[in-house]
Design a protein around this ligand. Sequence first.
Ligand SMILES: O=C(CO)[C@H](O)[C@H](O)COP(=O)(O)O
Length: 230
Amino acid sequence: MSNGLTFAQLRATRPVILPSMLLCDFGNLEREVRAVEEAGARALHLDIMDGHFVPNITYGFTIIEAVRRVTELPLDVHLMITNPEKYIPQFVESGAGLISIHIEAVEDPRPLLEQIRSLGSAAGLVLNPPTPVSAVEPYLEACDYVLAMTVMPGYGGQKFDESVLSKVRELRAMLPPEVLVEVDGGVSAETIAACAEAGAEMFVTGSAIFRTPDYAASLVELQRLAQVNR
Ligand SMILES: O=C(CO)[C@H](O)[C@H](O)COP(=O)(O)O
């Protein structure tokens, strides 16, 4: 199976809401993937945590491969791990169409971003709430998207950090239109419009979908609120 729509095809459908599988029922993974796809999701977000870069531990290649087997949606794989350079090819092989790495995890992200692109996936650079935009600025031309974390990474269900909105604005002003700004953490019906207004066009949402009774209704509402006229 292919790794789904290309990033360019996905970008053409922005704004994009990405359900974060971290919050799904892993005992029914296939059913959850099919449910969000049927609800209208056009891409999925998968969080890889190693217990070193972040305190939590999630899952690895096996789960990415399992999700890849049941959907052709693009998989946006967020690496919250130390030494991401050891694992990029295997994540691409597992089915990751988009891969993001943390600026805080590496000395120089450029070779990794280039490697991700050379293997045919879209390359993203992530910054945590305390990290300034100046830290990622030298590498922006090697990125297809930049993920501004709106919580400290590690767990779903945290409170959205409003102070990150100014960084989203700063990034949007700096980046060419084809490079997208993504937000992740506490993104909900209450916070998504402010993110969109600041310039975000990719929205990772865990609780705001998986902790609601009707995934389709939640996705439609988030999609409506993310629509801003530029
Ligand atoms: O990266 C993450 C946590 O580190 C998750 O993607 C994110 O927190 C999603 O959950 P929620 O929308 O409930 O905040």
